[in-house]
Design a protein around this ligand. Sequence first.
Ligand code: ZN
Length: 533
Amino acid sequence: MKQRTIFSNATILTVDPDDRVVDAVAVEGDRIVAVGALDETRSALPDANLVDLEGRTMIPGFVDAHSHLIMSGELGTLNVDLNSPPIGSVLSIEDVITRLSARARSTPAGDWIIGQGYDDTLIAENRHPTRADLDRVSQQHPVLARHISGHFAAANSRALEIAEIGPDTPSPAGGVIRKDASGAPDGVLEESAMFSVMVRVPKRSRDQRFGAITHAATAYARQGITTAQNGFTLGYELEDLDAAIAEGRVPIRVVAWPGLGVMRQLESGAISVGTSADRLTVGAVKLFADGSIQGYTGHLCSPYHIPFKGQREYRGYAAMSREELARQVDEIYAAGRQVAVHVNGDAAIDDFLFAVDAAQRRHPGRDQRPIAVHAQMTREDQLDEMQRLGVVPSFFTLHTYYWGDRHREIFLGPERAARISPARSALERGMRMTIHTDAPVVPMTPLLLMWSAVNRQTTSGKTLGAEQCLTAPQALRAMTIDAAWQLQLDESRGSIEVGKFADFAVLDANPLADPSAIRDIGVLSTYVGGERV
Ligand SMILES: [Zn+2]
């Protein structure tokens, strides 16, 4: 017989269309069967077990609008953590070298040493580590240090040699191999240039890979997330997720976004997913239109505030031409799939809107919900166009906390920084939008994300663009029902309503009560399909 449970004595924020607040919810098996007052739920399920939530707050489990589950697990288990405060403790290039050297001493010569999360603008020297720095870590091991944005990496001589990158190697399309004064690669690889090294890193063992997935999924569950996202999923990663879920090693639901190559393999049947769609969904196909603003590779329409290396006209660059982006988006539409494109700068957003407009003309009549991932520099006229085309912006709102001060002072200047991630402007048009952490770019902390969207406070305590602050109910919606809607999964999750999965988070305080205190709220328990995970 199916398990029958009534959760009661709680402030239950249903996030249903009326934002109803109730005090009991009845669950049979993995589904919600009644929502309301205790006596109503009791008459629906007379013989159910009663779980007394002792006056706590229950919300729908958070739906992760965009992050990288597997990469988050790698940071927690396999890669050396190079983050600076407030996330980690690396303060200088010397710290980077020390951390990586410690790993090298316990790693057989020839094996790769991978670091993750350094931030050139937060370390004392204000620069990326170079080949020379990383050669001090080891000459016997290939060493790769990945930037916090995920858009840069620094390699030592051994790693460059393995990737066959030398003085005569030209920069690839959509990337830059940085060179020193003598013309030799200085080790820093921008955007697509980084992949020529990354593809040489051997796949980790099955145990390591599955361990990383379980580690991240457990950490997400602890934060109240019941549906996680894995942006830009490689073919073997999709197969890993499928197998790890089948083996019961993943306590939450997962949505994987394949790249275009993996989409083609799925279309041809070269890759398939066996796990039930309740646990693993293959979602939108992920493309990249530009890089990262804090790395000076976000593609802007007007120049950066403090010019990059003195170049006054420099505006970052596109990951591919507008025509190529349109061709790829068209291929995805033709396959009947949803598309999600990484866009940070307003020039990249222009390219994306051009591509979506063209694809919709050729394939009219479908509700594709194309996703603008990050959408940080979206202008008002671009919001109008997004609304016309049915594009869903997913804002990287936590940037206002972690990078807000530097956006104002270094990258964008006060005006553009104040309206970064214009979530309020989108809602005022009646659009639906979501907010995300992009973990492991920043840690998976949904309540800090919610607090940030409501307060837009930077790490120095200043407010960045008060006009774009959300109310707490708006922010909660963007992380639950609207995130589920963006993922085309709102029929089954995202709110506490009859017929949906019994996916909940129980909090030690009501996040709608005090906007300034949201970040201090703790997650007491997380339920997926009615089971406490
Ligand atoms: Zn991402």
